[in-house]
Design a binder for this molecule. Structure first.
Ligand SMILES: [Zn+2]
Length: 457
């Protein structure tokens, strides 16, 4: 891999196709050798520095030297975020997976997310450098280059999406403006005062909201100069029509990014728009498992499964078979952009998945189907599982309807939604239409509520 210092040399790098040519075009065999070697080192380090990891391996009867490669991971039990959260509950700063002493840790941030407790994560200087490297690969794939001006409009408080991702844009060489969240009118005043085009790092729904604020101020969003959108934090751009909507609103190019609080910003989509390139090569390895049985699935073209991450170059808070509860479909065939890294499409949270008569249903698939009926529907919806599995009954589904749809047409629309979902997602819904604003909460909306388990709406 290239040394970080060389990457920051003031040569004209913008014409390069990749951030890190060597690693991003590696053959599968070379990649596997690198991963196996680093995994061995990481396991030995974890075992030597964390009593938690030591007892995990000991209990499984695995000695560090037994793990010679990724294929040997299956012998080690999974790790859950809740284990780390529980170990921090008594005030312990970093908890069970802390592997570096505090005098080598220079940053602490927390994971966010819609489910579960946040956990605190430590980073050493080397962890931070690696974070920047990994993220720069993703942002480069997304089309970001030195010389660009980017407004960062993520939350800088606590979460990696703010400060750490900001520094990742800096690692790449983009001129990054630390704007943060809120103050949309001030943001638009600043943006519309700039003569040259610029980009934004935000959630896709913020780009939609910002366009509304612009119009409220009498500004034409397309005249503002926002030409590139680097988006993260929501599944928005994967919903058919959403990317086009955002691009159309601003006259911009919109690209999707994926990361996790525990690993950082690690993956971005290239110009081929054929899945998100995994950018964590050499830093973390991924396995695919069946979320119900925990069985490891083959990592092959088109395979679907829950992703499990293991750090292979992490000092402060390494992960060892950490269940992400994100279900993905992976693509291992080469991409036409020339990168050899595997790509993926996020299908949803395994916690949000429910099974109707043997069919796995994800909220994203429901949303995708509902969006085909826009603008009559807003795309907002909520599933209310009121009886425990097996789900062999019509699934109660609340769907928001556009206010312009007259009362007289709602019955037909309800039938249309049921038919559409039957065809696209293969289950029968008990649909109830409600007015706009009934479902959408500030921030992220929960799509599946299990009232049979006592969950509140
Ligand atoms: Zn590509």
């Amino acid at each position: 891999m290239r040394a970080p210092d060389r990457m920051r040399e003031a040569v004209n790098v913008s014409g390069r196709p990749f951030w890190d040519d060597e690693i991003e075009t590696m053959t599968p065999d070379a990649r596997r050798r690198l991963e196996d070697e680093r995994l061995g080192e990481q396991i030995a380090y974890d075992y030597a520095t964390s009593p938690y990891y030591r007892s995990k391996l000991d209990e499984a009867g695995v000695r560090p030297g037994d793990v010679r490669g990724v294929d040997d991971l299956a012998a080690i039990p999974f790790m859950e975020k809740t284990e780390v959260a529980a170990s921090q509950a008594d005030g312990t700063l970093l908890g069970v997976n802390q592997c570096a002493p505090l005098d080598r840790i220079v940053r602490i941030q927390a994971t966010g997310g819609t489910t579960g407790q946040p956990i605190r994560i430590g980073l050493t200087r080397r962890d931070i450098e690696d974070y920047g490297e990994m993220g720069a690969r993703a942002l480069w794939a997304m089309g970001c280059r030195p010389g660009e001006v980017v407004f960062e409009c993520m939350n800088y408080n606590l979460y990696s999406g703010g400060l750490s991702d900001h520094l990742t844009f800096e690692t790449l060489g983009a001129a990054t403006i630390p704007f943060g969240v809120g103050h949309s009118e001030r943001l638009l005043t600043m943006m519309s005062g700039l003569a040259d085009p610029f980009g934004i790092w935000a959630t896709p729904s913020y780009a939609v909201r910002l366009a509304e604020v612009a119009r409220g101020l009498g500004l034409d969003p397309r005249a503002v100069g926002l030409r590139k959108g680097y988006f993260s934090g929501e599944a928005g751009l994967q919903v058919p029509g959403y990317r086009e909507k955002v691009e159309e609103l601003w006259g911009m190019v919109a690209r999707d990014q994926y990361g996790t609080g525990e690993l950082g910003l690690h993956s971005g989509e290239c110009e081929a728009l054929d899945g998100v390139h995994y950018g964590g090569l050499g830093f973390a390895v991924a396995e695919l498992i069946d979320p119900d049985t925990g069985d490891v699935l083959p990592f092959t073209e088109g395979q679907r499964g829950e992703v499990v991450y293991t750090s292979i170059r992490r000092e402060a808070s390494p992960l060892l078979r950490m269940r992400s509860h994100d279900v993905m479909q992976v693509f291992t065939e080469p991409c036409r952009c020339g990168r050899t890294s595997w790509r993926f499409r996020v299908l949803g949270r395994s916690d949000d998945m429910f099974i109707v008569k043997g069919v796995n249903v994800f909220p994203l698939a429901i949303q995708t189907s509902l969006m085909t009926l826009a603008p009559q529907l807003t795309g907002e919806f909520q599933v209310d599982l009121d009886r425990p599995p097996p789900i062999d009954y019509p699934v109660p589904l609340t769907v928001e309807v556009d206010p312009d749809v007259p009362e007289s047409r709602r019955e037909a629309l309800t039938r249309g939604v049921v038919e559409r979902l039957q065809r696209d997602v293969n289950f029968t819904a008990d649909v109830r239409l409600v007015g706009p604003g009934t479902i959408a909460a500030e921030g992220k909306t929960r799509r599946v509520i299990r009232t049979y388990r006592g969950e509140d709406r």
